[in-house]
Design a protein. Structure first.
Length: 280
C-alpha cells in the first residue's frame, strides 16, 4: 500500500474576507511603485496612474456589460488618456474641457448602434467617465505644484491607506455592529471608528511633517477623508451587488480587481485636493 500524502490546505481568507499575506505583498509593491515614480519623475507617476485607470475603466466596462449596458472602449480609453494628460499639463480647467469632449465622443460613438438601449448605454458611459477618469484626474492635480506636489500625493495616499488599515484592524478585532448590512455585511461601526482614528492621525502627521502645515488642517483632512473613503467603498459595493458580482476582477491577489482598490481613493481624491488647496 502506498503512503497517502496529506493535502496541503490552500491559504484561507482572513476573518475580513482577504488573503492577508497576498494583500500585504501587493499593497507594498504598489506603494513602492507609487513612491518611486513620484520622487524620481512626476510625469512617471502620471503614466502609472493612467495605466492603472485604463485597466480600471476596462474592468468597469466588463462589469456594466453584465447589467446589459454596452459601452464602447475606444472613446473611453482615448478620453481617459486625454483627461489625465490634460489635468497634468493644464490643470482643473483643462480636465473639465477634456471631460466634456469625452462625454460627447462617447455619446456620438454609440449613435450608429441605433436607438434600442441608447439611453441605457449612453448613461452608463457618462457614469463611468465621471466615476473613474474624472475622479482620478484630481490625483493628478495633486502632483502639479512644483514645491510640494509629491508630498501632497503622499498625504492623500496615507490618509486613505490609514483609513483602510485602521478599519480592517478594528473591524477584525472589535467589529460587532454592522454599518450597512444590506451593502457590505463585513463593514462595522467599530471598523469605522478605527478608520477615523487612523485617518485623522495620518492626516495630522502628514500635513505637519510633510507639508509644514497646521495640525488642525491635517485633522480636518483626515476627518473628511474617512467619510469619503467609506462612501467610496460602500458605493462600489453597491455597484457590485446591483450587477451580481463579487469582485471587479481577480487581477490583484488578495484585493480582487483594480477597481476594488481604487474605490476609496477615487472618492477621496477631490476632497483632499480641495482641502489642501484651501488649508495648506
Amino acid at each position: 500500500m502506498g503512503v497517502e500524502s496529506t493535502p496541503v490546505p490552500s491559504p484561507s481568507p482572513s476573518r475580513a474576507g482577504r488573503n492577508l499575506p497576498a494583500a500585504i505583498a501587493v499593497g507594498v509593491g504598489l506603494g513602492a511603485l507609487i513612491l518611486g515614480s513620484l520622487f524620481w519623475q512626476k510625469v512617471l507617476f502620471t503614466v502609472l496612474v493612467l495605466a492603472v485607470v485604463v485597466v480600471a475603466v476596462d474592468e468597469m466596462i466588463k462589469a456594466l456589460r453584465t447589467g446589459g449596458a454596452v459601452i464602447p472602449r475606444i472613446p473611453l480609453f482615448i478620453g481617459t488618456t486625454a483627461m489625465l494628460v490634460a489635468a497634468y499639463f493644464g490643470g482643473p480647467m483643462a480636465l473639465l474641457v477634456a471631460l466634456a469632449i469625452t462625454v460627447l465622443a462617447t455619446i456620438f460613438w454609440r449613435m450608429p448602434g441605433g436607438s434600442v438601449g441608447f439611453v441605457r448605454d449612453a448613461s452608463a458611459g457618462v457614469f463611468l467617465i465621471g466615476y473613474v477618469p474624472l475622479l482620478a484626474g484630481f490625483a493628478i492635480l495633486l502632483v502639479q505644484p512644483e514645491a510640494d506636489g509629491p508630498q501632497r500625493v503622499v498625504t492623500f495616499f496615507l490618509v486613505v491607506v490609514a483609513s483602510d488599515v485602521g478599519g480592517y484592524a478594528a473591524g477584525v478585532l472589535f467589529g460587532k455592529h454592522p454599518m450597512a448590512p444590506a451593502i457590505s455585511p463585513k463593514k462595522s461601526w467599530e471598523g469605522f471608528a478605527g478608520s477615523a482614528l487612523g485617518c485623522i492621525g495620518a492626516g495630522i502627521g502628514a500635513v505637519v511633517w510633510l507639508l509644514d502645515g497646521q495640525w488642525w488642517a491635517g485633522a480636518i483632512i483626515g476627518a473628511v477623508a474617512v467619510c469619503t473613503a467609506t462612501v467610496g467603498d460602500l458605493g462600489e459595493s453597491m455597484i457590485k451587488r446591483d450587477l451580481g458580482i463579487k469582485d471587479m476582477s481577480n487581477l490583484l491577489p488578495g484585493h480582487g480587481g483594480v477597481m476594488d482598490r481604487l474605490d476609496s481613493l477615487l472618492a477621496t481624491a477631490p476632497a483632499v485636493w480641495l482641502l489642501l488647496h484651501l488649508l495648506v
